[in-house]
Design a protein around this ligand. Structure first.
Ligand SMILES: Cc1ncc(COP(=O)(O)O)c(C=O)c1O
Length: 286
């Protein structure tokens, strides 16, 4: 909560009570508790524990005032991972201690004693397990800065542009000597947004080199804008213990562009008339 989009989520405190009363009276519903997502990518265990404490307190007050057994509190996601250089990882032992202290209090209260508390640690578990790998197409100097243009960018990995948070980027392969310094790593799209970083500490990449954006196992391709400018959608490869397997081949633009249909009412050139006839009738929208 707290960002500009927070207003579309959840419900007001009054509506929560109304909904719980409705559920208690309904023969078809069984109120279990409260599910409340607090914030994304939090690296402070005390802040996460505080959200859990507040959510359980809200749920316990609701169960007491409306009158139902509290069985479940889901405090949502939020367990963060370090993206930028120098960020400290979330301390699991610190979070464990803070939640343990809370659990001791819950066990002493008859309303909270029997409940389960859930967290959704998806990003924490899979984020560091993925990398986005792209090939350098070109390198140039702009006002003294080294700029490497990749064959992939924010259409495959939107997150750095979307949340304006740098991710670690590495040049693959061994290099001699000291890194050049701040390299701009950008994609091929005709958009100033298509920049993965302006300060990668690495040797100057050359065309043909591969670079890897780390921590792309969560909020990677699925959060991005793959259709922008109709570039290919990248292949996905799973790797375990040094064994690699292609789990989704690269998707060529023709695979989705070929599915487009020319509307029957569109002005026709000779070529488009022939092409539409080849493709058969326009698919129903129903
Ligand atoms: C209910 C819920 N759980 C989890 C998440 C994501 O959590 P995280 O930022 O830890 O990936 C979201 C959404 O952003 C959410 O709405």
């Amino acid at each position: 909560m707290g960002d500009e989009g927070a207003g579309k989520f959840g419900m007001s405190a009054d509506d929560l009570v109304t909904a719980a009363r409705h559920a208690v009276r309904s023969p078809h519903l069984e109120p279990l508790g409260v599910h409340a997502f607090g914030a994304s990518n939090v690296l402070d265990p005390v802040a996460i524990a505080d959200h859990v404490r507040a959510t359980v307190a809200t749920a316990a007050d609701l169960a007491r005032s409306v009158g139902f057994p509290l069985r479940l509190v889901d405090a949502g996601g939020g367990l963060g991972i370090p993206y930028g250089p120098g960020e400290e990882p979330l301390s699991m032992s610190g979070l464990g201690r803070a939640l343990g202290d809370l659990a001791a209090g819950w066990a002493a209260d008859p309303v909270t004693r029997g409940m389960r508390v859930l967290l959704e640690p998806g990003r924490y578990l899979v984020g560091p397990a993925g990398a986005y790998v792209s090939r350098v197409l070109d390198r140039k100097a702009v006002d003294g800065a080294i700029v490497a243009i990749l064959d992939g960018g924010i259409h495959h990995l939107l997150r750095p542009a979307l949340v304006r948070q740098a991710q670690r980027i590495e040049l693959l392969g061994d290099r001699e000597g000291t890194p050049t310094g701040a390299v701009t790593i950008a994609g091929p799209l005709c958009s100033g947004l298509d920049v993965l970083t302006t300060r990668a500490e690495m040797h100057a990449p050359s065309p043909g080199d591969l670079v890897a954006v780390l921590d792309a196992g969560a909020y990677g391709y699925t959060e991005s804008m793959p259709f922008f400018l109709s570039h290919p959608i990248p292949a996905e490869v799973a790797i375990l213990g040094g064994r690699a397997e292609l789990i989704r081949p690269r998707i060529a633009p023709a695979e989705w562009l070929d599915r487009q249909r020319v509307p029957a009412w569109a002005p026709r050139t000779g070529a488009s008339r022939e092409r539409s006839a080849d493709m058969g009738p326009v698919a129903s929208l129903d």
